[in-house]
Write a protein that binds this ligand. Structure first.
Ligand SMILES: [Ca+2]
Length: 555
């Protein structure tokens, strides 16, 4: 019925606007998606409900974050899907900061649930999959989930990224054909400051240097004090691992440690272009153009400076930090004298397993496993995915809260709106109170348009990303192009010392504690070798070649 209505609506509108309206009425973001690519669309009408003959309950362990409801038993989504499908999910919520510990304890003690919707790592797959605690989903999908079979055909990298050498598939990740999901962020510059110093948007490391210097010296915020921080970054995360930054990308790398260039694994900290990056960072640091707290600040401290509008160039999203976030405009990926072709990391390819990855365990009866896979087949429909990501539409909510949209040929949305109760500080927080959200949905452009179009800040951010041109210069990161065996994972832990040494040497070169010259660089390279550079690189090359040889179809 619903499908019929939207079809009639599309026909009516199409007639009224003489067909040409579709492209114009789409959000700017939607227009950035390659609409010529044919991608599958599934609707709820093609599934017969309920999914089970008798109502069934399935136990789920789930990491709860701060914005989630305290209890999932009575939230809109749980009740909606129980009514529709006959499956009631019985959630045990674990606070997300103790998730890893509690999950592993559950597996080791034998007291684990029938199902997970998120929070299963690739290391868990190797351990608990090969132990038989996680079920191989492949035969279930082939028999009971035709939508997912079709998605695997459309997005072969999902198969390549989740199928093991033994042929098993232990998780179904969130599948996302949406450019904004594939890149982490873009570079932003304060446009008022840009105007104040009379410079153009930078395009390479030299024009960036000139801009940062002007921000430092010319009082762009006009308060008479030299309080501007030209750019701010963090060197390492809380566990001491290096954090990637937009300046590194200008030197041709997608990651501070690992990269694949022309089909060959490279250990980034041993490359000549990386040396040029470190020299450039030293120049910024020693001239006060890079935040002096680069090595010490945590996320909170950095965000406080951004919220204070003391920073000129950043890759942080500003929408949550300042009122006038539209003042921060997109900068394209930069080039440098040693790398004249722009590069930006692609951090996911058509799937996002860190957001969601459904797994079933050997606690499932055959009946429960079949019900769960049929449920996954429903979750990837447009209706199922919208319900999972957004909660109710206004028509589905008793109080009229939720989203609305119109669709064009079931493929693209326009006119997306939303309404939510005053007690929620944002629509996002309302959504999080209505649904677990981290569920293996299928984010096609229509679903993504409704999510983005119903949120001004999200809309702004995604428009910036499209403006920056990063989608055109993205290259997949190494992490998306490797699979490790359990033994190799053990070895990887050993090589943390190699990465740790490179990180500490970088700090010394950037601060100038050790002068970077041919002699100290040669010493540094021989130290890397002593820490196992060649062996580590060989291991990574093997993992990369294994990935290449994996099948990309389930047949
Ligand atoms: Ca100032």
């Amino acid at each position: 019925m619903k499908r019929m209505l939207s079809l009639i609506l599309a026909l009516m509108l199409g007639a009224a606007f003489a067909g040409a309206f579709a492209q114009e009425e789409l959000s700017e973001y939607s227009q950035a998606i390659d609409l010529s690519v044919d991608y599958p669309i599934f609707t709820q009408d093609d599934i017969s409900f309920p999914l089970v003959e008798e109502p069934i309950a399935i136990s789920v362990m789930f990491p709860r974050s701060a914005n989630h409801a305290e209890d999932f038993s009575d939230i809109w989504w749980t009740q909606h899907v129980a009514e529709l499908t006959g499956i009631t999910f019985d959630f045990t919520l674990i606070e997300s900061d103790v998730w890893e510990e509690r999950k592993n304890l559950a597996f080791v003690s034998g007291d684990y649930p029938e199902m997970f919707f998120t929070g299963i790592t690739s290391s868990d797959e190797l351990t608990y999959g090969y132990e038989g605690k996680l079920l191989d989903l492949k035969p279930l999908i082939e028999q009971y989930a035709p939508n997912i079979v079709e998605l695997y055909k459309a997005f072969p990298d999902v198969v390549k990224g989740t199928m093991h050498e033994n042929g098993a598939i232990y998780v179904l990740p969130m599948i996302s054909y949406a450019p904004r999901s594939s890149n982490p962020s873009c570079i932003l510059v304060n446009s008022d400051w840009l105007e104040a110093v009379g410079q153009e948007i930078p395009t390479d490391t030299e024009s960036l240097y000139q801009l940062l210097k002007a921000f430092k010296e010319q009082d762009p915020n006009g308060n008479g004090e030299a309080d501007e921080i030209p750019t701010t970054l963090r060197a390492t995360d809380a566990t001491g691992n290096p954090i990637n930054d937009y300046i590194l990308y200008a030197f041709g790398f997608t990651d501070m440690t690992n990269d694949v260039i022309d089909g060959q694994y490279v250990f980034v900290p041993a490359q000549e272009n990386y040396r040029a990056y470190v020299e450039y960072m030293h120049r910024l640091y020693s001239e006060g153009l890079l935040d002096a707290d680069y090595f010490t600040q945590d996320t909170m401290e950095m965000e406080a400076k951004l919220a204070d509008e003391r920073v000129g160039v950043t890759t942080n999203s500003m929408t949550a930090l300042v009122e006038d976030y539209e003042n921060y405009i997109a900068v394209p990926a930069l080039t440098s004298p040693v790398h004249t072709e722009a590069v930006w990391p692609m951090t996911s390819i058509n799937y996002q397993r860190d957001v969601a990855c459904m797994a079933l365990t050997d606690k499932c009866s055959e009946e429960a496993a079949i019900a769960a896979i049929k449920f996954a087949n429903y979750l990837v429909t447009t209706e199922g995915s919208l319900a999972a990501r957004l909660g109710p539409s206004q028509a589905e909510s008793d109080a009229g809260y939720g989203y609305t949209y119109e669709s064009i040929e079931n493929k693209h949305a326009y006119g997306a709106t939303r309404a939510y109760p005053e007690e929620y500080s944002s629509y996002y927080n309302f959504r999080m109170s209505q649904t677990p959200m981290n569920l293996p949905a299928y984010i096609n452009p229509l679903v993504d348009d409704v999510v983005v179009g119903s949120d001004d800040k999200n809309n702004w951010t995604t428009t910036l990303w499209a403006d920056s041109g990063i989608y055109d210069v993205s290259r997949p990161i190494f992490d998306l192009q490797c699979t490790f065996t359990e033994d190799e994972q053990t070895d990887l832990a050993y090589y943390q010392e190699l990465i740790g040494y490179a990180t500490s040497a970088r700090a010394k070169f950037i601060t100038g504690e050790v002068e970077l010259n041919d002699e100290t660089w040669a010493d540094y390279l021989s130290d890397l070798e002593a820490y196992g550079l060649s062996d580590y690189s060989a291991l990574c090359q093997t993992a990369y070649e294994r990935y290449l040889s994996l099948p990309d179809t389930i047949g």
